[in-house]
Design a protein around this ligand. Sequence first.
Ligand SMILES: [Zn+2]
Length: 247
Amino acid sequence: MKIIIGYKYDKETIEKKRAYIFNELIKASVNIKTGIIKDISISDLKILFELYDSIFLSNWFKDTFKGSFKFSLSKRMTKSAGLTLCPKNINVLNPENIVIEFRIGVNFFFQYDLIDRTKIVCGIETNNGLEALQLVLEHEICHAIEYLYFYKSSCRGDRFKTIANNLFGHTNSYHQLPTNKELAMKKFDLSIGDKISFIFKGKKLKGIIYRINKRATIMVQDKNGQYVDKQGDRYVKYYVDLNRIVK
Ligand SMILES: [Zn+2]
């Protein structure tokens, strides 16, 4: 049996292999014709995965994994750009019955160019949506390897970090791709700490933006409020739609 766990590539080799895969995917895909991702299908993920298996892993998955892979695209992922789903009882399953699913949060790649700043994924600077997708899939591949060897996987653990660094040169386990939250903040020009106002039950209230998710959390000074700051001022918390906020 081939042993993948000891593979270690130097930076130059990794960059060459990654660039080769980038070009091969563009050749093979009907949706992705440049680094900019406007459309993507499950078969693109499958092609990309198979390229990785062949170019980085000497077909380790293909030759040794008896189970199957599933690929999925999600528009609902807002924090993670990728997920690897593996049955919890993988250690007792027949190898043929193991299904490992790679799920990709497509919005991160469609929205890649909407914000102009450096976008680092797994510690590596990316130039376009396809490069970002490659790094996210590399991360998920490390999860799959860890699951198959050890039946458990966590990208916070040292073992995972070593695998990801040896194979792909990753130096951390997170991405800095534009999130819905960042895009909303940009669209409405809002930041944490902004002094703003909004209308609540016909009354104009003034407050400070404390948090932004789908809606903003606004703290409004109120002597009967249950939240107290360091100065002893009291606040009431409101959840307000971003489009109702006036700076
Ligand atoms: Zn992870």
